[in-house]
Design a protein. Structure first.
Length: 430
């Protein structure tokens, strides 16, 4: 029979355990440390041999070979060049997916590391350098390391792990399908059905050893838009005899910014409208008959996204009409909102804190960058976080998608540990 003292002590111990971080399994820690040198070696190989979206042929072969050697059930050529692997644990349970993106960018590398990329190719009819200027090489290597770690500890896994190596996160070439959308279309979240998905992104501006996260909207929905303006061509000396599409374009750009500055509740979430390209005219003294503008809309809240797109559709033709011309606008969805399921984040946060240290797991603000991991999160609960990749002695790190982008490889081990332990903790908590 339990006394009041026993009940009090039990209640006290329960309170003490609430919020206490989940420490890493000693065997997972040891296995992760043993695979670190391989992870770095793989990363350097991928870095030196980058491939653009939907062209990751050799990258995929290397990934598949490693997974087959581990004894996994491997499927290749998913969404053109993607690789999927299945690891079944010792006990029945749910299915968790782990995702890494594998494509590189048309950016000419300027770092002087020994494994620098000197690869060149043709992209959109232009000869360009190719490099992993966003860290996808590290994501791929980390997940290969996680696969090796978990393959050694199937007895700790209650359920199934699905490894997703995704091509074309940066977007497929024009006229092609690709990325997370195509993987989902081809059934990547089925057979077995995925219950939750985890992903990480290396961050050149966050110190190694640290992790940044945010529940809810953490990266923006990205919409590409094209505006076509129709005017009337005339001589540059007599603008009154025509309709100037360049002037109309300038008025449209000015008007669009008032949607952000005067109509969007920016205290709730950030939003951005950017026109990145204008094409018009052939000669200094000819007012042309048309102009084309291409840009992007970034939003972090579904309601705000709907409002902004509605107002753009209303404003663009109205402004053109006011100046005697015509204009149309079309949208192409590039990514949805990268939305971290709040309950999943709350559930898994102790694991991150236990491995990295509570002081090193930092609640961050949302980013207006985009990530097609968001499409997976539209289908199943997901948690996407940022892994530190900046050397502590670096004051200002070059940003992603730039020629001098650099990652300190000492940050990769934490990625292996966290993704391995997240997987085990999620499955065993069911």
């Amino acid at each position: 029979m339990r006394t009041k003292t026993h009940i009090f002590l039990s209640f006290f111990l329960l309170l003490c355990t609430i919020g206490v971080s989940q420490q890493i399994d000693p065997q997972i820690k040891t296995s992760s440390e043993k695979v670190e040198s391989k992870v770095i070696e793989w990363r350097r190989d991928f870095h030196q041999n980058p491939e653009l979206s939907n062209r990751e042929f050799e990258t995929a072969k290397k990934i598949a070979k490693h997974l087959k050697n581990l004894g996994f059930e491997v499927t290749e050529q998913v969404a053109k060049t993607g690789v999927i692997a299945i690891l079944k644990g010792a006990k029945e349970g749910k299915t968790v997916a782990l995702r890494a993106d594998i494509d590189a960018l048309p950016v000419t590398e300027k770092t002087e590391v020994p494994f620098k990329s000197i690869v060149r190719t043709t992209f959109l009819d232009t000869e360009v350098g190719v490099s992993h200027a966003c860290g996808h090489d590290t994501h791929t290597a980390i997940l290969m390391g996680v696969a090796e770690v978990l393959s050694q500890h199937k007895n700790k896994i209650k359920g199934t792990v699905k490894f997703i190596f995704q091509p074309a996160e940066e977007g497929p070439p024009p006229g092609e399908e690709g990325g997370a959308k195509l993987m989902i279309k081809e059934g990547v979240l089925k057979n077995p059905d995925v219950d939750a998905i985890f992903g990480l992104h290396i961050n050149s501006g966050t110190d190694i050893g640290k992790i940044r996260y945010k529940p809810g909207g953490t990266m923006a929905a990205v919409e590409r838009f094209v505006i076509n303006v129709q005017g009337k061509q005339t001589h540059g000396s007599a603008p009154w005899s025509g309709v100037d599409p360049i002037l109309i374009s300038a008025k449209i750009i000015d008007g669009l910014q008032t949607i952000i500055s005067r109509e969007s509740p920016l205290v709730e979430e950030a939003a951005v409208i950017t026109v990145g390209k204008i094409t018009s005219g052939v000669r200094f003294n000819i007012i042309p008959d048309s102009a084309e503008m291409i840009g992007t809309v970034r939003t972090l809240a579904p309601d705000m996204k709907a409002m902004i797109i509605k107002r753009m559709n209303e404003m663009v033709p109205a402004i053109a009409k006011a100046y005697g011309g015509k204009a149309s606008i079309t949208f192409q969805n590039n990514t949805s909102i990268t939305y971290n399921d709040p309950e999943l984040v709350k559930k898994m946060l102790p694991t991150l804190q236990g491995i990295a240290g509570k002081e090193n797991v930092i609640l961050t603000k949302a980013s207006t960058g985009g990530e097609d991991f968001s499409y997976f999160q539209e289908k199943v609960p997901g948690f996407y976080f940022f892994l530190g990749g900046k050397s502590p002695d670096t004051k200002i790190a070059p940003s992603h998608h730039t020629p001098n982008f650099y990652i300190d490889e000492r940050g990769l081990l934490l990625g292996v540990k966290v993704m391995s332990q997240l997987t085990i903790d999620y499955l065993n908590a069911q």
